[in-house]
Ligand binder design. Structure first.
Ligand code: FES
Ligand code: FES
Length: 158
């Protein structure tokens, strides 16, 4: 079945079954491998993308549920205000270790800061609780999110 979805501001047409997970469409059909597969059961957060700005587990999001919603992936998140600050903070704090969970971590952090530019520790923990890192970079991730939030304040909350 043919579907046309908006991915990173581009209309993309794909021919797949309606229950095909968005993650499969992104990686296997569109060749966008920045979004990672981890568990396939909405448990690890590796596959997180934004659907209309909300952090969404693409492994359990069927393509026929997307309709006119706007999908944003790690490939384009740096072009958003919050995503750009998050990526800059990740680099400056040297968060990245494996490149496996971090795509999803960045997408969840960017969604958090886009909706809540100055989160508390509890807000951060709540927003990031579904993103698993097997090697325990959580403290560094939280530091980077705080740094990104501070830079938001310096730029007048954009
Ligand atoms: S692969 Fe989607 S949450 Fe783990
Ligand atoms: S840095 Fe990705 S699993 Fe730990």
């Amino acid at each position: 079945m043919a579907f046309t979805i908006s991915v990173n501001g581009r209309a993309r047409s794909v021919d797949v079954d309606g229950d095909t997970p968005l993650l499969w469409v992104l990686r296997d059909v569109l060749g966008m491998t920045g979004t990672k597969f981890g568990c396939g059961m909405a448990l690890c957060g590796a596959c997180t993308v934004h659907v209309d700005g909300a952090a969404t587990r693409s492994c359990v999001t069927p393509i026929d549920s997307i309709a006119a919603s706007k999908v944003t992936t790690i490939e384009a998140i740096g072009a958003t205000a919050a995503g750009g600050r998050v990526q800059k903070a990740w680099l400056e704090r040297e968060v990245v270790q494996c490149g496996y969970c971090q795509s999803g971590q960045i997408m969840s952090a960017a969604a958090l800061l886009a909706s809540n530019p100055h989160p508390t520790d509890a807000d951060i923990d709540d927003a990031m609780s579904g993103n698993i890192c097997r090697c325990g970079t959580y403290n560094r991730i939280r530091d980077a999110i705080k740094q990104a939030a501070q830079s938001s304040g310096q730029e007048g909350g954009r």
